[in-house]
Design a protein around this ligand. Structure first.
Ligand code: BGC
Length: 655
């Protein structure tokens, strides 16, 4: 640290100002005369989008595309996120990247947000826990992360100018905790300040959140970087604690002038420079470019992650798993060219792509195929539909692959509605009519309406599952892997049912979060609003039985244990979900909130005891008078649930 302070004291004012903005799109500036090098950042989050500096056009290098966050969140599996992060860390090392720009832990306020596929959940506890596991995984390989987008960045419409207007309790209970958890459990090397304003002040200039809360209250030790182009006033950003503005900007003069005319203190600038130098030296110290990275092994891991994340939404009469001997038709262009990731800054040039058609062939299953629609536009015509119907009729069983094409879901824009392309809805009806033994496979990064849900026998949510998703789909369809994904977001029946429906996107530059803490299932459950599929929902090919729930008060928290047994015939993973349900005393609280979860693997007949320690925070609400967490006196249900709607057993504690 002394060395760093000493180095900073040798910098000229111009060099100091220069250090607080990028050299180009990804590198920090070097100061050669003092032997200060550059740190290299790169997107993120579910793979590497690294520029190839050896090429004039800087085209991105091929990299392994892992399942997107909406997919991996459904795994409810901390260990899996750690392993995936670790693999990405190795890839960063071998590609010369010091900081991976991710994960994104923003809360899904509306199903319409164009970047929902890059975010984990509508639930802050789940998003925080999985984000922390991912960060710990990447950083265990000596590569930094950038936790983004800090915070309340819930829409793409007017993302550079809109102000998220949110009350204090909602900020503390919904929009901050995922960031807080990642900071406290994983110390990401960097945090990315978002594009939007928070209650009128740009995130990059928001001293309250960057300094008072992030650094002083939570103990964040790393560097704050602006989202790319999110700094509007360089001096205000430095003053607030945005250490580094990215990418390169022609505005360093603003800082020099502000220091000279006394509107910015040189101490504040020195502090930012120290943090930039810390990042550079930490990057240099941790470089291990010889780390072996095997793209084939990473592809296999990507398939495993996807298989452990896909969510079986419906399985009437046990239509799935299919038998490899059945006469099967795969229908829909996504069977051949799956949609595996979303558009925008996270878009990766995959090292390879496995479609369900290829994976089925590799597994020795022969299937017929009909295209049914154009994968880019999602549109179809009478000929394509007639061929698809014919293929469905001549098979014992049909698997229809549908979803959202790239053009309907991407960074930079929000969806105008929650519907699938018209042709896809029609295809479900036509194919189910032609062959009642139909399963639907969905590729989408956010919930869609399913007006046809009673027609297919089975529905598998395959989300945007990364470059190996075709293999994962086949693993689940044919029962080589038991489905164990659980939705990390609610699927409302119609967009109008979503609590942010009336206010989402807002007016002018103000977006008022009127639904407050009632985001996602917190609203649906409290309001008794029926949904298509609740948060935490997902089916399995095997059956789990719960018994012997014990809930005991312990200090100012509680100790919980429950036994889970696989009473079915197949090995499988189960997600044990614990919710706290406060009795109504004075404060308005959601009916129940997720406070713990565990993913366990059980062979047929095997039983395990799962134990949870709940801290006081699990029972608390944010008290706006005391500006702190508080537990109300009263009773709290401690529920083990199948999902946010269905409790299996419950106990109680009283404070
Ligand atoms: C995105 C970030 C991304 C950055 C660099 C921005 O537009 O919001 O998520 O990391 O670009 O590509």
């Amino acid at each position: 640290m002394n060395d760093i302070k000493n180095l900073v004291s040798q910098l000229t004012l111009e060099e100091k100002a220069g250090l607080t903005s990028g050299k180009d799109c990804w590198l920090t500036k070097a100061v050669e005369r003092l032997g200060i090098g550059s740190a290299r950042t790169s997107d993120g989050p579910h793979g590497l989008r690294a520029d190839d500096y050896s090429r004039d056009d800087h085209a991105t290098m091929p990299a392994v595309c892992f399942p997107t966050a909406v997919t991996t969140a459904a795994s409810f599996d901390r260990e899996m996120l750690f392993e995936m992060g670790k693999e990405l860390g190795r890839e960063c090392q071998s590609y010369g990247v010091d900081v991976l720009l991710g994960p994104g832990v923003n809360i899904k306020r509306s199903p319409l947000c164009g970047r929902n596929f890059e975010y984990f959940s509508e639930d802050p506890y789940l998003a925080g826990e999985l984000g922390a596991a991912f960060v710990n995984g990447v950083q265990s390989e000596g590569v930094g992360t950038s936790l983004k987008h800090f915070f309340a960045n819930s829409q793409e419409t007017r993302r550079f100018t809109s102000s998220s207007e949110i009350d204090e309790r909602t900020i503390r209970e919904i929009y901050l905790p995922a960031f807080e958890t990642v900071v406290k459990k994983a110390q990401p090397w960097t945090i990315m300040a978002s594009y939007n304003k928070i209650n009128g002040t740009y995130s990059t200039a928001n001293r309250l959140y960057l300094d008072e809360i992030l650094r002083k209250e939570w103990g964040f030790e790393g560097l704050v970087v602006s989202d790319w182009g999110a700094t509007h006033d360089r001096a205000a950003a430095v003053e607030a604690g945005t250490d580094l503005t990215m990418p390169a900007e022609d505005t360093d003069r603003q800082i020099v002038e502000a220091v000279k005319n006394g509107t910015l203190s040189e101490e504040a600038l020195d502090l930012c420079c120290e943090r930039v130098l810390e990042l550079v030296f930490k990057s240099e110290k941790n470089r291990r470019r010889e780390l072996p990275f095997d793209p084939e092994a990473a592809h296999a891991l990507s398939r495993k992650c996807a298989a452990d994340s896909l969510v079986l939404l419906k399985n009437e009469g046990g239509m799935l798993p299919l038998s490899k001997g059945d006469k099967i038709a795969f229908i829909g262009a996504f069977a051949k060219t799956p949609r595996v990731q979303g558009g925008g800054s996270s878009h990766i040039r995959e090292t390879k792509l496995t479609s369900a058609l290829e994976a089925a062939a590799e597994a020795g299953v022969s299937v017929t195929y009909a295209e049914a629609y154009n994968p880019e536009t999602g549109e179809s015509d009478e000929n394509l539909i007639a061929e698809a119907v014919k293929a469905a009729r001549s098979a014992d069983k049909a698997v229809l692959f549908i979803g959202l094409p790239d053009s309907m879901e991407y960074e930079g824009g929000d969806r105008p509605h929650m519907k699938l392309p018209e042709a896809h809805d029609r295809l479900v009806r036509e194919i189910c009519k032609a062959n009642p033994e139909t399963a639907v496979v969905l590729h989408n990064g956010s919930p869609v309406e399913m007006p046809w849900i009673d027609q297919p026998k089975a529905v598998l949510e395959a989300y945007l599952g990364g470059q190996a998703v075709g293999g994962a789909v086949v693993d689940i369809l044919f029962g080589d892997v038991n489905p164990s994904g659980r939705l990390a977001e609610s699927f409302p029946k119609r967009l109008e049912d979503n609590p942010s429906y009336l206010y989402y996107i807002g007016e002018g530059d103000r977006v008022t979060y009127n639904e407050g803490i009632f985001v996602g299932y917190r609203y649906y459950e409290t309001k008794k609003q029926e949904v298509l599929f609740p948060f935490g929902y997902g089916l399995s090919y095997t059956v789990f039985e719960y018994s012997d729930l014990s809930v005991k008060k312990s200090g100012d928290g509680a100790e919980v244990s429950v036994k889970v047994k696989n009473v079915g015939a197949r090995e499988g993973k189960e997600v044990v979900q614990l919710y706290v349900a406060p009795e109504k005393v004075k404060m308005i609280r959601p009916k129940r909130e997720l406070k713990e979860f565990a993913k366990i693997d059980l062979r047929p007949g095997e039983e395990k005891t799962v134990r949870f320690s709940l801290p006081a925070r699990a029972f608390s609400y944010w008290d706006i008078e005391a500006h702190g967490w508080k537990v109300e006196n009263g009773k709290f249900g401690v529920e083990i649930c199948k999902n946010a709607h269905e409790a299996i057993m419950s106990g109680e504690v009283e404070f």
